[in-house]
Design a protein around this ligand. Structure first.
Ligand SMILES: Cc1ncc(COP(=O)(O)O)c(C=O)c1O
Length: 293
């Protein structure tokens, strides 16, 4: 989404990929090199935990970027999923120490309030003053404000925490039970978010395969009413689906459906995925990849 916003504003972006060989860790040295190479770079976005990796970025790596000896821009850490990470993972408090850091969070995820369109940025007074000067007047509507304030009341925070606990229990269950489904491979990335990234194989005990993953995604969404995300086109994510953790009933249903869909794909020799691997380079895969939420 940052790249889209940059594009709309006619700004160039430079991407430094996460290291797929070390479970999607930040290549802090490469980020620093990229920042050194172009003095016009103003902002450096880091997503922790990442989407779709579900992996937290090591604090030391972010510190390395913050301590860049020459670059004079702002590091923005997107913590949209931080409420699903272990206690103490957030860098929000670091803004007291680092005037060049902005930490962003949202009410869209753990609070389940995506509809009110509200997030929060923690930063130094200087950056906050800049943001206040830039923002449109009345940028937070009254309904949003009322709902957000209610969400912060103790009783409602307790509800959020209960819901989060239920999600974490189901995440543990998925981590145990999903690998037992024939055709499901390894989990990639981490488990620090409310979703998991998992490989789908060309056959039980086989290798990760985008065509099968795409067919699982399509069949689940189109015929079984269970929506997952196809992420096989992302760097280092061949054959991957991103599975959002649901309620106990939803996880039960998901596990049943994925088992049965994979079974039927493997049993049909005329299966779309097995007969026509090119589909993964076509529009369907492209469309599936573009659903970013
Ligand atoms: C990494 C990341 N940041 C931010 C957001 C957006 O949150 P919001 O609903 O506050 O715009 C998302 C939503 O999918 C996300 O994946």
């Amino acid at each position: 989404m940052y790249a889209v916003s940059a594009d709309v504003n006619d700004l160039e972006t430079i991407k430094v990929p996460l290291d797929v060989n070390t479970n999607f860790s930040l290549q802090a040295d490469k980020v620093c090199e990229a920042l050194s190479a172009d003095a016009s770079i103003k902002l450096c976005y880091i997503c922790s935990p990442g989407n779709p990796t579900a992996a937290l970025i090591k604090k030391e790596s972010i510190q390395k970027v913050l301590e860049h000896p020459k670059w004079n821009g702002v590091v923005v850490v997107d913590e949209a999923y931080i409420d699903f990470s272990p206690e103490g993972s957030s860098l929000a408090e670091w803004v007291l120490e680092w005037p060049n850091l902005v930490v962003m969070q949202t009410l869209s995820k753990a609070f389940g309030l995506a509809g009110i369109r509200l997030g929060v940025a923690f930063s130094s007074p200087e950056i906050c003053a800049l943001l206040n000067n830039m923002k449109a007047p009345y940028n937070i509507s009254s309904p949003t404000s009322v709902i957000a304030n209610a969400a912060m009341e103790e009783a409602n925070l307790a509800v959020m925490k209960q819901n989060r606990h239920k999600i974490l229990v189901q995440r543990d269950r998925l981590k145990k039970q999903l690998p037992q489904v024939p055709g499901v491979g390894r989990f990639l990335g981490g488990a620090d978010s409310n979703f998991l990234l998992v490989e789908i194989l060309d056959k039980p005990e086989g290798k990760p395969d985008n065509a099968v993953a795409l067919e699982v995604y399509e069949t689940m969404a189109g015929k079984r009413g269970v929506v997952v995300r196809f992420r096989g086109k992302e760097l280092g994510c061949t054959g991957c689906l991103r599975i959002t953790v649901g309620t106990e009933d939803e996880v039960t249903r998901f596990l049943q459906e994925i088992r049965s869909v994979l079974q039927s794909i493997y049993s049909q020799s005329t299966s779309k995925s097995l007969s026509n691997g090119e589909r993964i380079n076509g529009e369907t895969a492209q469309e599936a990849s573009e659903i970013i939420a």
